[in-house]
Design a protein around this ligand. Structure first.
Ligand code: ADP
Length: 263
């Protein structure tokens, strides 16, 4: 797989209907192949909408959106997606859940056995290959979802708040694991989050979205060496990035320091 580039120029998305909202307005982004891009923004600003447009699951209303140099018209080939809720099939064990995209693509399942073994080992799930989703913790289920998204060697991995439902400690672990996996796969990743530290820790770049209608209000290049240990979050360099982003959110009126006291 060769990683994929993404180019958005003036992308707009208006949801249809009487109360249809303008979710995106003038999104410009130029994402080079093999980069890890964090998209950060307040709830409801259109982050998921933008991701679904890239995935070809939503049509754009205006502008231009290219994945791998081609306009998006329906789901492009070579895209893996991980959602906040793992969406595993309860009645299939871990191995068979991971193989689902291979079956859907009509590819030979047996030929992917080694690939599944490798993914299971990479994510520490080898001994759970025959377990069912309900027998796994939340973090393990998300790991299975990541394996499933990677099984067909996607050139582009789209992740929509994949760790949003996990407790803080598991989320930290998943951040470490995801970085390790990505350093091995080196595909292009677009990772949607509303966690500032998570966005900086994982990203080569952070695209900060404005409140709805969303657009890329700021692009911050995170120039920190990899692999990044979790402790990097306590360094002054890391703090400079998170401070800068918090400042941008304050400027957009999304963070205030004034005391809100309940009377
Ligand atoms: P975010 O991911 O940043 O939280 P979303 O992309 O989910 O934001 O939503 C952006 C806006 O678009 C919200 O106001 C949401 O209610 C609206 N929206 C999202 N999906 C749909 C849909 N299928 N139909 C109509 N409105 C939608």
């Amino acid at each position: 797989m060769t990683p994929t580039s993404i180019r958005a120029q003036g992308v707009q998305k208006q949801y249809p209907g009487e109360r249809g909202v303008q979710a995106l307005q003038g999104v410009d982004a130029d994402i080079a192949s093999g980069r890890f891009i964090s998209i950060l923004g307040p709830s409801g600003c259109g982050k998921s909408t933008f991701l679904r447009c890239i995935a070809g699951l939503e049509d754009i209303s205006a502008g231009a959106l290219q994945v791998g140099g081609r306009p998006v018209q329906g789901p492009p080939d070579g895209v893996g997606i991980v959602f906040q809720h793992h969406a595993l099939l309860d009645w299939r064990n871990v191995r068979d859940n991971i193989l689902l995209p291979i079956e859907f693509a009509g590819k030979p399942v047996a030929a992917h056995a080694d690939k599944v073994d490798h993914l299971l080992s990479m994510t520490g799930l080898t001994q759970f290959a025959h377990s069912y989703p309900k027998e796994l913790s939340g973090g393990m289920r998300q790991r299975v979802a990541i394996c499933r998204a990677l099984v067909d060697d996607p050139s582009l991995l789209l992740m929509d708040e994949p760790f949003g439902a996990l407790d803080a400690l598991t989320r930290d672990q998943m951040n470490v694991d995801l970085q390790r996996i990505w350093l091995e796969t080196r595909n292009t990743v677009v990772f949607v989050t509303h966690g500032i530290a998570e966005a900086v820790y994982l990203g080569d770049e952070v695209l900060v979205f404005s409140p709805r209608p969303g657009r890329v209000a700021h692009r911050i290049v995170v120039d920190l060496p990899r692999p990044r240990p979790l402790s990097i979050r306590e360094t002054p360099e890391f703090g400079r990035y998170t401070r800068e982003i918090r400042h941008l959110f304050s400027e957009m009126g999304l963070l205030t320091e004034a005391a809100h006291t309940a009377s």
